[in-house]
Design a protein around this ligand. Structure first.
Ligand SMILES: [Zn+2]
Length: 503
């Protein structure tokens, strides 16, 4: 008789300080696939699952439920979560009613929240565990920006995260998760998982896993430990810091084959190392005025990084903090800035290319962070906002900005979208037909991928000290529910490493 494995995906990153609520339409714009069609997904994490599971088709049956992923945003609405959770739980229940289930394999993010539930994944994993019982294997793949909680760790057998940031290894992480599940099902692994957490809340500016850097070094340590014969698997986490929830922090996860003491010891080693690099994780920032001055003095193109309005971190993408500064420059200084503003996009689409438009733009979806800016410019582009990702976790998937337009105000190209989308490698500016090589100033609204997107055009990139729901430093965010002491508000304190375990 075949071993039966149920799979599903609910992957989204949420933000408690801003952004647009993540509703069912947010998922439907990105990925919302049910039933047997889930088995057709060839890329990303689920593609990695099938790559491992398909060769075992003779003795493994894969039972799909749902694949739901969305651009980061505000917390998932109760209605959307209930609908997706129900699809997963009903799929598992129906599978159980037809015969024994050997395992459940879920592609999650780890930093999703629901209205009233700060830890979506913990809630989901506990519900799945309640349904399948203690003896059925439960494995979940995560983003390395997961908010790791007791509820997640205690209810799963194996948790495994991407090893890369920028996130290039969704497929490989899927392979690792599926391999772990098969090892448990085949009786080769009794997973003992320990997760060290240290209360370090930092933005992702210095969080790359490539080249030199504090998190790259942490990841390398974790991967060195993974090579040991007595270690099964490791991950390192830099928590998505824009959730206001208890016991937030990053650190190391170690899975051994039935050796709890070793798992705890090595998870502590990774986590202590991560703690030791906390000061290196805080970024160097520059004020907007100084950045504009330096830009004008610089010979060549400059990237201004407004990470505080990062759609990929859950912000609405509607900040216009930089716009007045760009509009104040002479018209021969060409610049480009993205702004999500559904109203302005719709108004532009009532016009034609070449028309003049006078309108207030920005801070429409998340008005807590600033005021709209009046603009008077020419519509130079109207389109449907569809593009194709060239990498990352949505590699080759379509992205949907909705009705989109470019308004030219002096030398400023204001790229207006209806919906926020994740920025990978400049796909949005390409969709707007912006030739970034002709720009003096490129505004990028993400903390990491801008390097990948624009390093061919610019040798000066400055991270701005601006306000918003995804700032470069967490120092000024109005946290209420995090557990303190925590870095960067407090520094030297003894109790900075807590270990969660499932064994
Ligand atoms: Zn991430």
């Amino acid at each position: 008789m075949k071993q039966r494995i149920v799979i599903g995906a609910l992957l989204v990153e949420c933000n408690h300080f801003g952004g647009i609520p993540t509703d069912l339409n947010s998922f439907k714009r990105t990925q919302y696939i049910t039933g047997q069609d889930v088995l057709e997904i060839a890329d990303g994490t689920l593609g990695g699952y099938y790559d491992v599971l398909s060769p075992r088709a003779g003795d493994i049956e894969v039972i799909p439920t749902i694949a739901a992923t969305a651009c980061p945003g505000g917390p998932v609405t109760t209605r959307a979560y209930s609908a997706i959770k129900q699809q997963i739980l009903t799929g598992i229940s129906e599978a159980i009613s037809e015969g024994p289930v050997a395992g459940v394999l879920l592609a999650l993010h780890g930093a999703a929240a629901v209205d009233g539930i700060p830890d979506l994944e913990g809630d989901l994993l506990e519900s799945v565990r309640d349904l399948i019982g203690a003896d059925v294997a439960l494995v979940a793949t995560l983003d390395l920006h997961a908010y790791m909680t007791e509820q997640m760790v205690s209810n799963s057998d194996v948790l495994v995260a991407w090893d890369t940031y920028p996130h290039r290894d969704a497929f490989e992480t899927g392979q690792r998760g599926a391999t772990a599940l098969l090892d448990i099902v085949d009786g080769n692994l009794i997973p003992c998982m320990a997760m060290g957490i240290t209360p370090v809340l930092v933005g992702a500016i210095n969080g790359t896993t490539e080249g030199e850097g504090p998190f790259a070094d942490t990841m390398r340590l974790a991967k060195r430990i993974e090579k040991r014969d007595d270690v099964y698997m490791t991950s390192a986490f830099l928590v998505h810091p824009y959730l206001d929830a208890p016991n937030m922090g990053g650190g190391g996860l170690v899975i051994t084959n039935d050796d709890p003491d070793l798992a705890c010891e090595l998870a502590t080693e990774i986590t202590e190392y991560y703690w030791s690099r906390r000061h290196d994780l805080e970024p160097e920032l520059i004020g907007v005025e100084s950045a504009i001055e330096r830009s004008l003095a610089h010979d060549g193109c400059v990237v201004l990084v407004e990470t505080s309005d990062c759609c990929g971190g859950g912000a609405a993408g509607d900040s216009v903090q930089l716009l007045p500064h760009l509009m104040a420059l002479t018209a021969d200084i060409h610049s480009v800035i993205p702004v999500v503003d559904a109203h302005v996009a719709a108004e532009c689409h009532k016009h034609s290319v070449g028309d003049e438009i006078m309108i207030e733009i920005g801070f429409r979806h998340d008005p807590d962070w600033g005021d709209p800016v009046p603009v008077c410019g020419t519509i130079i582009q109207l389109n449907d906002g569809v593009f194709t990702y060239r990498g990352g976790i949505w590699d080759r998937c379509e992205g949907h900005m909705g009705s989109s337009a470019v308004i030219k105000v002096g030398g400023v190209h204001v790229c207006v979208a209806t919906h926020p989308t994740y920025e990978w490698c400049g796909e949005q500016y390409d969709a707007f037909e912006i030739d970034v090589s002709q720009m003096k100033i490129i505004v990028a609204k993400n903390p990491m991928n801008y390097g990948m997107a624009f390093s061919d055009y610019s040798d000066l990139m400055m991270v701005l000290d601006t306000r918003g729901p995804t700032p470069a430093t967490c120092r000024h965010l109005p946290f209420q529910r995090i557990t303190r002491p925590a870095f960067p508000w407090q520094d030297d304190f003894d109790e900075h490493n807590k270990v969660l375990t499932n064994c």
